[in-house]
Write a protein of this length. Structure first.
Length: 437
């Protein structure tokens, strides 16, 4: 016969297992392998968070003025893209619902963030979800993505690895991101991890780097110097000393370069990118190549933005200017028409679509979390809070770098993942700041 105490503990175990907290913990696992998974998670937890917020439950921890201020700044930042699209359409006198799809997913995360920052997922004695993501979920997601071969796709060529609904640029960028976050977790928690757990994370890192390299995507790789700076400046120098930190950085760089070398197509693309940048013509027509077209896209986006800065152009309104002399002098007909697929830059695409409102919302979404991170990192003496801010800083550095060469919130599942991640990261930072105050 089981005692009442053991039954109670068993009930607590099952209650925790089926809780919203558990759903948050496992939510990234199927990000790249199950279509609509992340969208469904966001919608489900959005409803749960609304219930929590309307209950107005009292929490044991008391807010500080700084936390209150940041809470509403971040909430407005998450709603910003939706407001930007709405303002642009209102001023243009058009209503096109599909433009609201991706911004709406981010806006749904505002109540999720508020609920988390108010303590909805706080459990005394439990690790932050951010730490669980880094130590278990992200490494597990990389391994699962590698194992789940039925989800792989050859639509972009037999030599390029991706899954059936994710383009190679996004696939390579995200697998690289999760690899870097797992590397950070491995170093941050090294002393607390068992030997088998270290091996698990290490294998996941190798797997993630392999997937990223085999996607033949260059997107996001320029984040490496920023990642190394964050890791060394905010952690390794204090933890290991300058010499060991530099040695660790060199070993990481060598290891990643070895991985890149196993995919000749990626090496060729890197060399080709350097050549295309150096040979780009600023005052004459350019050939239709990958990097050259991107530079032209950015120039076109700036031109279109200044031609209609307050209303924006929506999806394709800018095409009435595509044959302007200012654009035709450097962009071929193919390049001008290909911009219908996006301007391959998060900020520029949003600015063209929604004018100044899109420019403000996209810059805010990318950089306000960085300002918050640096603010709490510089003030806090809490070890937990410092690690939380470092994970967010690495995450945002990657999203900013990737967002300079492709749109990181143009697809609804990307918007859902981005909004949900910010909700977890920043919500737990604010909760930890209250506890540490």
């Amino acid at each position: 016969m089981h005692s009442f105490g053991s039954k109670l503990r068993r009930w607590e175990f099952w209650k925790e297992l089926i809780s919203f907290r558990s759903l948050f913990i496992v939510s990234p696992v199927f990000l790249l392998t199950v279509k609509h998974w992340t969208n469904l998670v966001v919608f489900f937890v959005f409803l749960g968070c609304l219930f929590f917020l309307f209950q107005k439950k009292e929490v044991a921890l008391q807010d500080t003025d700084e936390v209150k201020r940041w809470r509403w700044i971040i909430a407005l930042t998450l709603i910003g893209p939706l407001l930007a699209v709405g303002m642009g359409q209102l001023l243009r006198g058009v209503f096109y619902p599909p433009n609201f799809d991706a911004p709406l997913r981010i806006a749904l995360c505002a109540p999720i963030f508020l609920a988390i920052s108010f303590g909805w997922l706080y459990r005394e004695g439990k690790e932050p979800i951010t730490f669980l993501w880094m130590k278990y979920t992200f490494p597990g997601m990389l391994l699962w993505t590698f194992i789940d071969r039925p989800s792989w796709s050859t639509s972009f060529g037999a030599y390029r690895i991706t899954t059936y609904f994710v383009d190679p640029l996004t696939f390579g960028s995200l697998t690289l991101l999760f690899s870097l976050l797992s590397i950070a977790a491995l170093s941050f928690f090294w002393q607390k991890l068992r030997f088998t757990h270290r091996i698990f994370v290490f294998i996941a890192v190798l797997t993630g780097l392999y997937l990223s390299v085999m996607s033949v995507s260059r997107t996001g790789w320029l984040v490496l110097p920023f990642f190394l700076f964050i890791w060394m400046h905010y952690f390794a120098w204090q933890q290991y000393g300058k010499e060991k930190a530099i040695l660790g950085a060199l070993l990481l760089i060598c290891g990643i370069l070895l991985f890149i070398s196993i995919q000749p197509a990626l090496v060729d693309k890197i060399y080709l990118a350097l050549s295309e940048i150096s040979n780009y013509h600023w005052n004459s027509l350019n050939p239709d190549n990958s990097v050259g077209m991107r530079i032209s896209f950015y120039r076109m986006a700036i031109f279109y933005f200044f031609e209609n800065p307050f209303k924006g152009w929506g999806d394709l309104g800018w095409m009435e200017l595509m044959n302007s002399q200012e654009v035709s002098q450097y962009a071929t007909a193919f390049t001008k028409d290909f911009a219908k697929n996006g301007f391959h830059n998060e900020v520029f695409s949003s600015a063209v679509k929604s004018g100044i409102w899109g420019l403000i919302s996209s810059i805010s979404l990318l950089f306000i979390p960085v300002v918050l991170t640096i603010n709490f990192q510089s003030k806090s003496t809490s070890h937990t809070l410092k690690l939380l801010t470092l994970f967010l800083l690495i995450f945002m550095a990657h999203m900013i770098v990737a967002g300079m060469t492709t749109e990181v919130t143009n697809l609804v599942f990307l918007s859902s993942f981005f909004g949900l991640s910010l909700s977890i990261f920043i919500g737990e930072i604010l909760m930890c700041a209250i506890k540490a105050d």
